[in-house]
Write a protein that binds this ligand. Structure first.
Ligand SMILES: NC(=O)c1ccc[n+]([C@@H]2O[C@H](COP(=O)([O-])OP(=O)(O)OC[C@H]3O[C@@H](n4cnc5c(N)ncnc54)[C@H](OP(=O)(O)O)[C@@H]3O)[C@@H](O)[C@H]2O)c1
Length: 261
């Protein structure tokens, strides 16, 4: 029998490609984001190409109400989720004291709180069923502090730590738990966050499709962490050999100089 995968942030970029990967491998999909038209277009494409059930649920994950409404809609429509893909997220380049607190708080709501709340809401039934799992989308930003983008980097450090903790808690349940850690990827993220103008971002991007394929494959094999692309893996390995004060100074410099200050 088909399993059902819910993907947050499925309206574009990596989330859209992850939804396609799960559908391509036979899962029914629940597509979640705010952009209704984009979700409907994707649902139509998925139904046509893969003959699975694709359900659209519009939700603003920047509020706890939004997450709770999403859970209620799943209940109302009797949709049981096997796999949760927490992908929705965004970043903002700039100094903490200068970026609006509303934008940064909203980032924490989407990147951290919604991911946590949704996982807590869906996990007990997933454990009972003993199939599927949780695929969280973090970032290679998780491995060091990121001055001039401090909240985003910290939010992704949370995603990695949370996922690793959860993985140990769920050992033996049959559930897969994986953290997908992309580096720079060609999506709307670059322009939206302001990172797209940085050389460190634009010099080595991957396609969202390649990132999603690596993520799906790693989740299927129940890998703990998936870092797509050898350059990103090399970067993360190198960071591990350097003291934290050095990596944060380097990242801060790259993000400050390039942002034109
Ligand atoms: N692109 C990169 O270089 C890169 C690198 C490392 C990690 N990542 C991570 O990858 C994930 C996906 O980003 P992407 O690169 O694919 O960027 P993207 O194309 O901008 O996609 C972001 C997705 O998140 C959704 N989203 C944002 N705010 C939301 C909200 N309040 N409620 C519901 N959905 C919301 C957006 O949908 P709506 O706007 O329709 O709501 C969209 O579907 C993020 O977690 C990001 O941090 C990206």
């Amino acid at each position: 029998m088909s399993q059902t995968t819910l993907v947050t942030g499925a309206s574009s970029g990596i989330g859209k490609e992850l939804a396609i990967q799960f559908a391509k491998h036979g899962d029914n999909v629940v597509l979640v984001a705010r952009s209704e038209d984009k979700l409907n277009d994707l649902a139509e494409q998925i139904r046509r190409d893969y003959e699975v059930v694709a359900t659209v649920i519009c939700s603003d994950l920047g509020t706890t109400d939004g997450v709770d409404r999403l859970c209620n809609q799943l209940k109302d429509q009797s949709i049981v989720i096997d796999t949760l893909v927490n992908n929705a997220g965004f970043g903002a380049l700039g100094k903490f004291a200068e970026l609006s607190i509303d934008r940064q708080t909203n980032m924490l709501m989407v990147n951290v709180v919604a991911l946590t709340r949704l996982t807590r809401a869906l996990l007990p039934a997933m454990i009972e069923r003993g199939q599927g799992g949780v695929l969280n989308v973090g970032s290679i930003a998780a491995y060091q502090a990121g001055p001039n983008m401090s909240v985003y980097y910290a939010s992704k450090a949370y995603v990695l730590s949370f996922t690793e903790g959860l993985r140990e808690e769920l050992a033996g349940t049959g559930l897969h738990v994986t953290c997908l850690e992309p580096g720079a990827t060609e999506t709307g993220f670059g322009e939206d966050s302001g990172m797209g103008k940085l050389d460190m971002f634009s010099s080595s991007t991957m396609t969202a499709q390649a990132v999603a394929q690596a993520g799906y494959k790693g989740f299927h094999k129940n890998e703990d962490v998936v870092i797509p692309g050898w350059k990103n893996r090399l970067l993360v390995t190198s960071v591990g050999f350097l003291p934290r004060f050095a990596t944060r100074k380097l990242v801060g410099k790259l993000q400050r100089v390039q942002s034109g200050e």
